[in-house]
Ligand binder design. Structure first.
Ligand SMILES: Cc1ncc(COP(=O)(O)O)c(C=O)c1O
Length: 352
């Protein structure tokens, strides 16, 4: 059936193993961030069977699905107060930046007779989650009094909101904050989790400080890509997710709409270039499933013109293929494209 995402699982497993080798050689561990496959047990199980021992998810629902998979489970988004019961039950580790949440986790951990590990987040410039050093001091002082919470590590996240890249300067800052806190409170962080796939280049070049002994990696493993720098990783498999769609209409049409126009169905004013009459295909997929700028046609001559909730309009005038209704059109995908298509219930997932 269409639309479908074809997933080359073996290629992803190869990447995961390759990444493990790189991390092992540099004395780092990595938590594989599996959220891009959106609750797909078959894929996550296969990765764990092939040596992945730690998985990270931002939605607790996915960790609930993976409850029978033997791996350390991290909740990588700060827990909501309304989900602490499931966080304690289904995750071993969570990333945290709010004392009120940590205290709620402690109360729940007591009820479930568990010790829950937390990684405190330090805000290193990207302006998403995380605390200042002073805020961390307050949190640690209180957390050390809690019976069922173990401070496991210090972490940071970059390149997601503010597009701040990892550098020697900010990585050293993370280490020196960790060491100042360790000295002040006379304990040691077992883990310093220095970031996500945007740290791949520093990892590979041996530029991460020794004390940073963990990364949380998703895109680099699943897509063979370094986000933020938008660079492919040489020797890693890429295009491990291919979208297959079907043509539902194929006709020659003008390139500029007729009549008076204003905003489209998403409230945007569209622009058009007059190229005369063009051969256009409509595929059965829309903005409800994916952002159009996440689609990279496999046939280079295809132009994604635009779309609405359920229709995407392609200009196929320059293709040498003689398409007809019912034919398949394939796309490579960006990370964001994979993420939303894997989440859409209207898109089939085929592991090949
Ligand atoms: C806290 C956190 N860590 C790690 C990751 C993984 O990021 P990437 O896919 O760039 O490796 C994400 C994003 O998914 C995240 O939110």
């Amino acid at each position: 059936m269409y639309p479908a995402v074809e997933i080359s699982l073996n290629k992803i497993i190869e990447n995961a193993k390759q990444m493990k080798k790189i991390c092992d050689a540099k004395n780092k561990s990595y938590c594989l961030v599996t959220k891009v496959v959106s609750d797909n047990k078959e894929i996550v199980k296969a990765l764990v069977e092939n040596g992945i021992n730690c998985i990270g998810e931002s939605r607790i629902d996915n960790l609930i699905s993976y409850k029978d998979i033997e791996a350390e489970k991290w909740l990588i988004r700060i827990p909501m107060l309304c989900e602490v019961q499931n966080v304690i039950k289904y995750s071993d580790v969570s990333l945290n930046s709010e004392l009120v949440v940590i205290k709620a986790l402690n109360e729940e951990a007591k009820k479930q007779n568990k010790i829950h590990k937390i990684i405190l987040m330090y805000e290193l410039g990207d302006l998403r989650e995380g605390c200042s050093k002073e805020e961390l001091e307050e949190i640690i002082e209180e957390t050390l009094k809690l019976s069922n919470i173990k401070i496991y590590g210090l972490g940071t996240n970059l390149s997601c909101y503010g597009a701040t890249i990892p550098t020697k300067e900010n990585m050293n800052e993370l280490v020196s904050v960790a060491e100042e806190l360790e000295e002040k409170f006379n304990f040691k962080f077992e883990l310093i989790s220095g970031g996500n796939s945007s740290s791949y280049k520093m990892l590979k070049n041996g530029e991460l400080p020794d004390r940073i002994n963990n990364l949380r990696l998703g895109e680099s493993v699943f897509l063979g890509n370094v986000p933020c720098f938008e660079e492919p990783i040489l020797d890693f498999n890429r295009n491990n997710f291919i979208l297959k769609t079907q043509i539902i209409e194929l006709k020659e049409k003008a390139s500029v709409p007729r009549g008076k126009h204003y905003v489209d169905s998403f409230g945007k004013i569209p622009t058009f270039i007059d190229k005369g009459i063009r051969k256009k295909a409509i595929i059965a997929l829309g903005k409800q499933d994916v952002r159009l700028d996440c689609l990279i046609p496999e046939i280079r001559e295809i132009i994604v013109l635009g779309g609405s909730s359920d229709h995407i309009i392609l200009d196929i005038s320059d293709c040498k293929e003689n398409f007809k209704v019912g034919d398949e059109i394939s796309f490579k995908l960006t990370y964001g494209g994979v993420l939303s298509l894997m989440t859409s219930k209207y898109v089939e997932r085929k592991i090949i």
